[in-house]
Design a protein around this ligand. Structure first.
Ligand code: IMP
Length: 422
């Protein structure tokens, strides 16, 4: 961590890598923690002191007194959900108002954006994206169409702007024949959320952040979702709607590329995916079920079963390239403790052709595996590299060699203490 730099912590596959735990672990080293993309589609689980918190829009530095947290311009916010999340933290004794600044340029998710999300999904038939239903896509569409509402709009002439956008949405819903909804109560709660948000520091976080960097302060950019869900580089169209990659840190916070320091790429010892879309390493058999149940792979936001599979080195190499990852963080290695052999996908194969670079169309590819001996002993009680079984250490070296990037942190359980620095 260098002073005056923005380090990025990014999920580098399909999200759900366990960023919450690692951001929480890293936070003490940084002055500022900032979210740069996504919104309440994220669910960052943090466990400490026997308590579990799921953060959706609020950065994970909110638990530390004296730390500034920023929701950047690249994010989208639903005022009603934000109010719920912030109130829970306030009730648990955390001074969210004191510790959080929200960019005036971040976009607002309206109740009608959530309806549009559902309506578009319904219209897609069997090609559904399997969104979280939080209105993410329609909100980013309005941003790109230059019709969106921003946090700063709450401060002046808001009612007219809100009514105009809502009318536009209702017209689209009617054109799609998506009817029979009643959002009056939801809308009232949303307006209460707007009022609540007005009590927060709604600022030009971009200017603020750059001033902090000039003063030598350090920033951790907390990613959301993962590289394979990036709007440009993911498995389009089965992606989210924001820039989840390192480039998104610059656009989503308003910081220049030269301010980026370390790029931590976080991944699991196996693969998971929620929602639809290509997933070459998916295991639909007992092994997949075993990984799901041992890894507790159920969505933090939607509760959906996550699809599970072996580690995908094709996807990881692609993500390391796109993000310029300088250090890797491997999560949930302990989940694979009981497997005599673990597998790693080193290439994809289709019609007798093998590729090791991510193809344009990820549909229909089969994984090519290499088998690695398992370690068959519990990792969760290990606290240092020396305590790790030799077979596991060989597996880590194998991954480093395949990925040409050092794995500097290993997580062997959900607790803060179950983290091994290498
Ligand atoms: P949306 O972001 O709600 O539009 O959903 C688009 C796709 O991204 C769906 O497949 C979701 O399951 C997936 N997705 C969105 N947020 C997350 C996340 O935080 N973790 C994992 N998958 C996510």
């Amino acid at each position: 961590m260098d002073k005056g730099k923005v380090d990025a912590l990014l999920g580098i596959v399909f999200g759900d890598e366990g960023k919450g735990k690692i951001v929480d672990y890293f936070t003490p080293r940084y002055d500022i923690v900032a979210r740069f993309a996504g919104g309440p589609n994220a669910g960052h689980t943090i466990i400490f002191g026997g308590k579990k918190f799921v953060l959706r829009s609020i950065p994970s530095g909110v638990f530390d007194k004296g730390k500034l947290n920023i929701i950047g311009n690249g994010c989208v916010i639903a005022p009603d959900l934000f109010m719920q999340e912030a109130r829970e933290l306030e009730q648990a004794g955390y001074d969210v108002r004191e510790r959080l600044h929200i960019s005036k340029r971040a976009h607002l998710i309206l109740p009608t954006h959530r309806l549009l999300d559902k309506a578009y999904e319904a219209a897609k038939g069997k090609n559904k994206v399997g969104t979280t239903g939080k209105g993410i896509g329609p909100t980013y569409s309005d941003k790109a169409s230059r019709t969106g509402l921003r946090v700063g709009d709450m401060l002046e002439g808001f009612t007219l702007k809100y009514d105009t956008l809502k009318a536009r949405h209702l017209q689209i819903l009617s054109d799609l024949r998506y009817t029979g909804f009643d959002i009056r109560e939801e809308e009232r709660e949303w307006m209460r959320g707007v009022e609540y948000m007005r009590g927060f520091s709604l600022t030009d976080t971009e200017t603020e952040l750059n001033a902090c960097l000039s003063e030598g302060k350090s920033v951790l950019a907390e990613g959301a979702q993962g590289t394979m869900l990036d709007i440009d580089h993911g498995t389009y169209p089965f992606v989210s709607s924001s820039s989840t990659v390192c480039g998104g840190v610059c656009t989503g916070l308003g910081v220049p590329p030269r301010s980026i320091g370390e790029v931590f790429g976080i991944f699991k010892a196996y693969s998971t995916r929620v929602g639809s879309g290509p997933f070459p390493v998916e295991l639909t058999d007992e092994t997949g079920d075993k990984i799901r149940s041992l890894g507790n792979e159920y969505g933090a936001v939607t509760g959906r079963n996550r699809r599970c599979g072996w580690i995908d080195l094709v996807a990881l190499r692609y993500a390391i390239m796109l993000n310029g990852v300088t250090q890797l963080v491997m999560m949930k290695s302990d989940v694979l403790d009981g497997f005599p052999t673990v597998r790693a996908c080193v290439a994809y194969e289709k019609d007798g052709r093998q590729v090791t670079d991510m193809p344009f169309d990820t549909e229909g590819w089969k994984p090519v595996y290499e088998d690695i001996p398992g370690w068959l002993s519990p990792l969760s009680s290990c606290r240092s590299e020396q305590e790790l079984p030799q077979a596991f250490r060989s597996y880590v070296s194998y991954l480093e060699q395949q990925l040409q990037t050092p794995i500097t942190l290993l997580s062997v359980g959900p607790d803060r203490e179950q983290t091994i620095v290498r």
